[in-house]
Design a protein around this ligand. Structure first.
Ligand SMILES: [Zn+2]
Length: 201
């Protein structure tokens, strides 16, 4: 079994990397505005954890929407979409990770979904995770898709994972910029999570 973790360089995927110790980590620049900061964070996190890190660039901003495209402050999609909603984002990223991994001996793709993600995005629900696992596993390579923290809240994940503060310090969570804006859902969740575990006042 060879496990590949999709590492965005945020709190959740970093905590998962320290917890599950995947064989490799992959960061994808898919055209999100914070791609540069995410890649910088992910590379540093993987290096500190001693996990092999790769990055691929597949520009897809033309099919994106919302905060992560850098062109809008409001959702451009369905009325129930969150500000950071990007159409079919997890499906896109999992597909790219599986496509990259299938020729490199990867048998499991791990994603950084946590329990609260399902309340903001349908591609963070258990229904989606089960479906995408079936879709990917039904094709050549029979790669499985796993979400090791799907039943954990973000706070629970941070307290469960052996990840240390010096590794967390390198993470990047902002959806809107390469320097944290302090106000987007990514920055807000980061502040609330770190405060809840006592790392921020
Ligand atoms: Zn932000």
């Amino acid at each position: 079994m060879s496990r590949l973790l999709l590492l965005s360089g945020g709190l959740d995927s970093t905590a998962i990397a320290a917890m599950t110790r995947p064989d490799q980590c992959l960061t994808i620049d898919y055209g999100q505005v914070a791609a540069q900061a995410e890649a910088r964070a992910a590379k540093q996190v993987a290096t500190l954890l001693g996990i092999h890190w790769s990055m691929i660039t597949v520009p897809a901003r033309e099919v994106g929407a919302g905060l992560m495209t850098g062109t809008a402050t409001d959702p451009q999609g369905p009325p129930d979409a969150a500000p950071e909603w990007w159409p079919f984002r997890n499906q896109l990223l999992i597909t790219l990770a599986a496509a990259w991994g299938v020729t490199r001996g990867i048998t499991v793709v791990e994603v950084g979904t946590v329990a609260s993600d399902g309340a903001r995005h349908l591609d963070g629900t258990s229904l989606f995770l089960e479906a995408i696992d079936h879709v990917v596993a039904s094709q050549e390579g029979h790669i499985r898709v796993r979400a090791p923290a799907a039943k954990l809240g973000a706070v629970e994940l941070l307290t469960t994972s052996p990840v240390t503060e010096d590794v967390l310090a390198w993470t990047h969570s902002c959806h809107r910029a390469n320097l944290p804006c302090g106000a987007c859902p990514g920055c807000t969740k980061r502040r609330e999570t770190l405060a809840a575990v006592g790392l921020l006042q």
